[in-house]
Write a protein that binds this ligand. Structure first.
Ligand code: MSP
Length: 646
């Protein structure tokens, strides 16, 4: 089975923004996953370079249209290269082969009787490169899609008999309920078609920057309508009208598009393909729009988010993860640095990064970094079966491109892992001399991370490759087949140390954002600082003051006595961050270092680091001391590490 995946081809009238990056990331994710599972995969992206809009932009920039198109097209290509987008082909509609393919398609449609010459009088929106009937205009003048002024155009035009395809299209939607994804968008297309289609004007005489009609038409005045030209890129890229060398990849499995161009892909494009006697793509996946503070992004508003700037600040894989996890596919989403930071700290740093750190630490201590799955089945049947249930459920979400659900489900694997550590407490097992059991838990986690990485690879290619390296596997079809399809466990290996993968982020990293944007990004939970401590006679404080102290559940992972000190113990306390905090505590007289390892404590987590006997202390433990001595304050029963105490 082959999997041909495409992005829209981007207009070359401006540089890529976060919305373009989003479509490209999703398509790249699907392409990478498809390659990993061993399917023949072809991933196409590129630029849409003809039309009046580009001609006008070039003029404004005092460049020739070709020169202008070359420059902007290169900015897209360079950005995708910097982002390591795994496209197989970058098509430009100014490529000679593409133009030849478009002319060929025009001839085939014409031979079929679907093209005729007539007069067009209509309202044209240059920005959307679309004609609208009077009835659709806002206030009789403005474009219903972008709100800009339309101009009345009367010109000779060739038409495509779109009307003839009305019923065929409706029949097709009916027979293929998953043609349009998400399914919630299907009805809007069906209703549009049911509302009645008009024949489509597919050539223009009002400008020249476009594909000429085939020579056989002997008509130099006309160039092709940009949408006919652009949509055909999906087959000209495979050699249609030329050598046809990759036409075996047709039909595409999925065209990813934004919701604003769904109509072109779900109505015009299938009609063109029917006219060409070619099969239709299996799916059109329409995503929503990324907005900034609820508004459309635009240069004039100064609220455009540049993908490179965000990726440089927060990490490329983190950006990919955030965009796919945060917003359900098909819905609009607001881009907020605060939401992004929360995802990094909680999902990536706490859940995933921490799990890896913990097994590196434990295996280092218990087995000199050797990890062996031999006893995992014996001690962890429950976890293995829970894991399998999660892994088996994932394909369904991927097939429907419900990426946020896919990731949400996938993350359950990390909960299984964290829970297993809490329940089986390998450090206690080690103390009890049950080494096999402790090592089995560590190996269970290694297997969870390996399998999760294979299933996460499409979304986070670089990070999962690093994790795989640490676990002695490759992101390859061979290992995917073994560990996911055949459900095998990892062969014995020596785990490699890796630098922290997801450093926590405390403050927005892009500072030069407009002021309003930074305001919106202040931590939600942080209340206005209390300027004055207001105490009444009873010495009461407000709740805000209490919440200025961050208290968390921590796990003591290491503890040792501080040599020349009667009072101090040096502890490493895991509070759900990338690495444990070092806490130097004056409790030596009351607790032995040994007895603390593996126990839970309550940590004040937002104290300024302090130095005690030359050692940094990055937190404080809660304790109560009376005449009988000191005791640590602990949760009544074990809680997830990093849980906030309130
Ligand atoms: N050239 C046409 C596509 C032709 S495909 C045969 C086009 N180009 S575009 O550059 O304007 O838009 C490309 C894609 O970016 C579209 O899918 C569009 O929906 C998407 N986005 C543009 N702005 C966006 C956001 N703010 N958010 C998400 N995606 C958005 O249309």
């Amino acid at each position: 089975m082959s999997n041909y995946v495409t992005t829209p081809i981007y207009y070359v009238n401006g540089e890529a923004h976060i919305g373009h990056a989003y479509t490209t990331f999703i398509a790249d994710t699907i392409a990478r996953h498809s390659r990993l599972i061993g399917e023949e995969t072809y991933f196409l992206t590129g630029t849409d370079e003809h039309g009046q809009k580009i001609e006008e932009s070039a003029l404004k920039n005092k460049k020739s249209t070709q020169e202008f198109a070359d420059e902007i097209s290169a900015t897209f290509k360079n950005l995708w290269d910097e982002f390591d987008i795994s496209y197989d082909q970058f098509i430009r509609t100014t490529d000679e082969e593409h133009k030849k393919g478009v002319q060929k398609a025009f001839e085939v449609m014409s031979a079929k009787g679907d093209i005729y010459k007539g007069d067009y009088e209509g309202h044209y929106c240059v920005s959307c490169e679309t004609f609208f009937p009077e009835t659709q205009l806002i206030d009789g003048e403005f474009c219903p899609d972008c709100g800009r002024t339309t101009s009345t155009v009367k010109e000779e035009s060739y038409f495509f008999r779109l009307c003839d395809y009305e019923q065929k299209l409706l029949d097709y939607y009916e027979a293929h309920p998953d043609f349009i994804l998400p399914k919630s968008r299907r009805n809007e297309v069906i209703n549009f078609v049911k509302g009645g289609l008009h024949d489509l004007s597919v050539t223009r005489t009002s400008f020249t920057w476009g594909v000429k009609l085939p020579k056989s038409f002997n008509d130099d005045k006309h160039v092709m309508y940009v949408w006919l030209d652009a949509l055909l890129n999906y087959i000209t890229a495979l050699g249609y009208g030329n050598d046809e060398k990759n036409m075996h990849l047709w039909p595409a499995n999925i065209h990813f598009v934004g919701k604003d161009i769904l109509r072109f892909h779900a109505i015009y494009w299938p009609a063109f393909l029917m006219s060409l006697d070619l099969p239709l793509p299996k799916h059109i996946g329409a995503h929503g729009w990324w907005t900034r503070d609820g508004e459309k992004m635009s240069k004039s508003k100064g609220n455009v988010i540049h993908p490179k700037e965000v990726a440089d600040a927060y990490g490329l894989d983190n950006l990919r993860y955030f965009m796919m996890r945060e917003v359900p596919f098909g819905q609009d989403g607001d881009f907020s640095q605060r939401a992004f930071i929360d995802r990094i700290n909680s999902d990536l740093s706490n859940d995933l990064g921490n799990l890896l750190n913990r097994i590196i630490g434990m295996s280092g201590k218990y087995s000199d970094f050797h990890i062996d799955s031999k006893d995992v089945e014996k001690y962890h049947t429950k976890e293995l079966s829970e894991m399998k249930t999660v892994l088996d459920s994932l394909d369904e979400y991927l097939d429907e491109i419900r990426m946020h659900r896919y990731l949400e489900e996938l993350w359950k694997l990390f909960s299984i892992g964290n829970k297993a550590i809490e329940e089986h407490a390998p450090w206690v097992k080690m103390k009890e001399g049950k080494t096999d059991q402790a090592l089995a838990t560590v190996a269970l986690i290694a297997n969870i991370l390996a399998k999760a990485s294979l299933r996460l690879h499409g979304v986070m290619p670089q990070t999962t490759t690093t994790i795989a390296g640490a676990l002695g596997i490759e992101m390859s079809t061979k290992h995917y087949t073994k560990l996911i399809k055949d459900d095998a466990l990892l062969a014995p290996f020596v785990i490699q140390k890796v630098p922290p993968l997801f450093p926590r982020v405390e403050e927005p990293l892009i500072k030069e954002a407009p002021k309003a944007m930074l305001e919106a990004e202040k931590p939600k939970e942080k209340k206005e600082p209390v300027k004055e401590i207001v105490k009444n006679e009873d010495n009461l404080i407000g709740i805000d003051q209490f919440f200025e102290t961050t208290l968390k559940i921590g796990l003591v992972v290491e503890a040792e006595e501080v040599a020349k000190s009667k009072k101090l113990l040096k502890l490493q306390v895991d509070i759900g961050e990338e690495k444990p905090r070092q806490v130097v505590a004056g409790i030596k007289e009351f607790y032995s270092a040994e007895s603390l390892i593996g126990t839970q404590v309550c940590v004040v987590a937002n104290l300024k680091p302090a130095k005690l006997m030359g050692m940094i202390s990055e937190g404080m433990l809660l304790a109560a001391k009376d005449e009988e001595g000191l005791c640590l304050i602990r949760p009544e029963k074990p809680k997830k590490i990093g849980t906030k105490i309130s």
